[in-house]
Structure formats: structure tokens, C-alpha cells
Design a protein around this ligand. Structure first.
Ligand code: V47
Length: 382
């Protein structure tokens, strides 16, 4: 054990793994973890000690609170030019199952399931070769006009970079137009794993890691908060995961624009990588814990229940996660890839899940302001 035995937490902590013990010394001293520490966290057999430390950090930041929100996903099109091996959602333009919503249809989709008074629309879709940029601007402006109180978290860095290229605009100009139309923040998708070696295999035609980070940087500079994800459980190794996390941490040092880190478990069904096994519960839990410990400048770590299953997400609330995402309503990307979770969950059920983990549920809006509800409306504390 390290030298400072005066803190009660330090005295409670026990591990037989010397590498984790050394990491604990840093965690208790508030010191930043290194690349090698990250690899050691992934390699340790003592998952309970790793989780204990992540939970220690999580409780220092958020106490017992667990955040959730009431949101609806809208996927305007699944037509995509990228053909990523990791994906089961995208379709070529004329292939069976391809769809593109007319604007009225997208707005009607937003309205269905609105009964729980959603505070967020989460909008992501494919890279459509023909849809003009104006379609996306009109989509967002139309949503804002119809649902002025709903926060629009829309379009990944990958979509923004593609829209910019097609519209012959710079990334900042594209982001500015989306923001003017009504985009309030951006989701964290498309980051996958930044390693070129892996990216070439799982999503060859997407922007590379540096371009993803640069697009996020530009968004942050314009005042758009974004999330960050990491897709794990395919062909990446522990070093790739740590490299990904430390590159996110470096950008966060620079901009402070990331809100939440969301590890995403690879779902292989109906993808070109369907020979790979699914992730296990311990792998899922470890991503949450490693994320919490390495991303010392991220406020929030999300255990996305749709992806992890509600049962594992509940356990993750004791391994570093302080957020469980939302009611979701109509998730498509994971369900096309074989997810067996329900496509949405009621608010009351999410709260039960959180309470049974011994945590206190707090409904938030997208920017983590708490939401107070009366019978049929809500107010946001800013
Ligand atoms: O970008 C695609 C991933 C992402 C598969 O920001 C797959 O709050 C697993 O980013 N198996 C979209 N993953 C989802 C996403 C997200 C989800 C929830 C909340 C937020 C947020 C963001 O899903 C894609 C890609 O990384 N993905 N296919 C698959 N077969």
C-alpha cells in the first residue's frame, strides 16, 4: 500500500494487485493516471478493486445522485454511403429496408411518444448521398417550431463532416448553420476507436480519429456541448482503448466542451463482423470503471442501458457511472444489430432501477439541469 494511510478511504481500500494499489495511491492523492496505469486497469484481475476506486471517484463527484432523462430518438434516414463493417443500421440507397423520412414524417415521429413530455430529441442518421444540407436545417427548424422547449441533441461529428463536404462549407460554417437552425448540443457517436489500424477495419470510410476530434473541437469553440463515445468489444486491444480515452482527455483539457463519456458495447448481429462474440458483463463494467478513472476531467460517465442491458447498467451505477441515459423511445441502431433490450422504458421504471441500486434518481435535461415535474408539465432549474 502507498504511504498515506490517514484517509479513511485509503484505509478501507484493499487489493492484492500491486499495480492497482499504486493507482489507488494516485487516485486518493487526486493525481492524473498515465497510459500505463490505464493498461493496468484493463489488465487487472481485481475488478472489484478497480470498481471500488471508480465508485470512490463517482461518489466524490456526485454523491448518490444518478441522472436520467426523458428523451426520444429520431433517425431520419438509414441510407448511408459509409458501409462500415461495425454497423447493421446503414443501407445502400436502393437496397431493401432503406428508408428516408419526409420532413412531415420526421416531425410526426417526434410527436409520437411525446406524451411523457420529452425534454430531448436525439437525432442521428446515415450519410445520405443525395439529401441536401437544407433538409437537415429544415428538419431541425421544424422541430424547434413545433417543440420549442425540447433540447435538440443532433448529428455526430461524422455526419457534420459529411454534410460540410457535400455543402462545400467549412466545419465551423456547417456547425454554425446547424446551431442557428436549432441544434443545441451534439451526441457522442461515430468516435468508435481512434486507432487508425482498427478504424481501417471497422469503419474504413469514416473520418479518422483526428478529424473526429477536430470537429468536436470546432463544436466546443462555438459553444456546442458534445458527448464522447468509445466502441469496444470488437478487434481493439487494451492499448487502443487507453489511447482513445487519453485523446479525449487531452481535448477536454483544451476545450472543456465534453459533457459525458459513453462506452458502447459492440453488437455483432447482422454486421460484417458477426463472427465476433458479444461482450460480457465484466467487460462492460470495466469500461465504465476505466472511463471514470482515466477521464478525470469529464463530469459524467453514462451507462447506456439500451446497450448494456438494464441489469448491467444498474450494476454500473456502483462501478463509476452516474448517468443511465433516458426513456429513449424507439432505439434503432442497436436493435438492428441484435440488441434484446426493450426499445424504450418508462420514466417510473428507470427511477425504480436507480433506486434499487441504492442511488437517488434525478431527472436532468440534456445539459444536466435538474427537471421538476408537475402532472403534465416540467420546469428546468438553470
Ligand atoms: O456512432 C453502430 C455505435 C453509435 C453498432 O451522445 C454500434 O448521448 C454497437 O452514439 N454495435 C450511435 N454500437 C449511438 C450513440 C449514442 C447512444 C446513446 C447516447 C449517445 C449520446 C450517443 O452506435 C454509433 C456507433 O458508434 N454503433 N453500430 C453496433 N453494431
Amino acid at each position: 500500500m502507498g504511504s498515506d494511510l490517514s484517509s479513511p478511504s485509503r484505509r478501507q481500500f484493499r487489493t492484492a494487485d500491486p499495480a492497482v494499489d499504486a493507482i489507488a495511491g494516485k487516485v486518493f492523492a487526486g493525481e492524473r493516471l498515465s497510459f500505463d496505469d490505464g493498461v493496468a486497469l484493463y489488465g487487472s484481475d481485481d475488478i472489484l478493486a478497480v470498481g471500488w476506486l471508480a465508485n470512490y471517484v463517482r461518489e466524490k463527484l456526485h454523491g448518490n445522485i444518478t441522472y436520467f432523462n426523458v428523451n426520444r430518438h429520431i433517425n431520419p434516414t438509414n441510407v448511408c454511403v459509409a458501409a462500415c463493417r461495425l454497423c447493421a443500421f446503414g443501407r445502400k440507397k436502393d437496397s431493401p429496408g432503406a428508408y428516408t423520412m419526409a420532413l412531415e414524417e420526421a416531425w410526426a415521429t417526434a410527436a409520437s411518444g411525446y406524451t411523457e413530455a420529452v425534454t430531448e430529441f436525439h437525432i442521428v442518421g446515415g450519410l445520405h448521398p443525395d439529401l441536401p444540407f437544407q433538409y437537415f436545417l429544415d428538419l431541425v427548424a421544424g422541430l424547434k417550431q413545433r417543440f420549442p422547449r425540447v433540447h435538440i441533441k443532433g448529428f455526430t461529428m461524422v455526419e457534420v463532416a459529411y454534410l460540410a463536404r457535400r455543402a462545400k462549407l467549412t466545419i465551423p460554417a456547417t456547425l454554425r448553420k446547424l446551431k442557428e437552425a436549432g441544434v443545441d448540443s451534439m451526441p457522442g457517436g461515430g468516435a468508435e476507436i481512434f486507432s487508425d489500424r482498427v478504424r481501417h477495419i471497422i469503419c474504413d470510410h469514416k473520418i479518422d480519429g483526428d478529424e473526429w476530434l477536430q470537429t468536436a473541437r470546432e463544436a466546443h469553440l462555438l459553444g456546442l456541448r458534445t458527448n464522447a463515445t468509445m466502441l469496444y468489444g470488437h478487434i481493439e486491444n487494451d492499448e487502443d482503448r487507453v489511447d482513445h480515452l487519453l485523446r479525449l482527455r487531452a481535448l477536454q483539457d483544451e476545450t472543456g466542451g465534453f459533457q459525458t463519456f459513453i462506452p458502447l458495447a459492440f453488437h455483432p448481429d447482422h454486421t460484417a463482423l458477426d463472427h465476433l462474440p458479444r461482450t460480457t458483463g465484466l467487460t462492460d463494467i470495466r469500461q465504465i470503471a476505466a472511463g471514470r478513472l482515466l477521464l478525470d476531467n469529464f463530469a459524467h460517465i453514462k451507462a447506456y442501458w439500451q446497450m448494456m442491458t438494464a441489469k448491467i447498467a444498474q450494476i454500473a451505477l456502483r462501478f463509476g457511472a452516474d448517468d443511465i441515459d433516458g426513456t429513449v423511445i424507439e432505439e434503432k441502431i442497436y436493435h438492428d444489430a441484435g440488441a434484446t433490450t426493450p426499445q424504450g422504458m418508462r420514466r417510473s421504471e428507470l427511477m425504480r432501477l436507480i433506486r434499487e441500486a441504492g442511488r437517488e434518481p434525478v431527472e436532468r435535461d440534456t445539459l444536466y439541469h435538474s427537471v421538476t415535474r408537475t402532472e403534465d408539465t416540467f420546469t428546468v432549474a438553470v
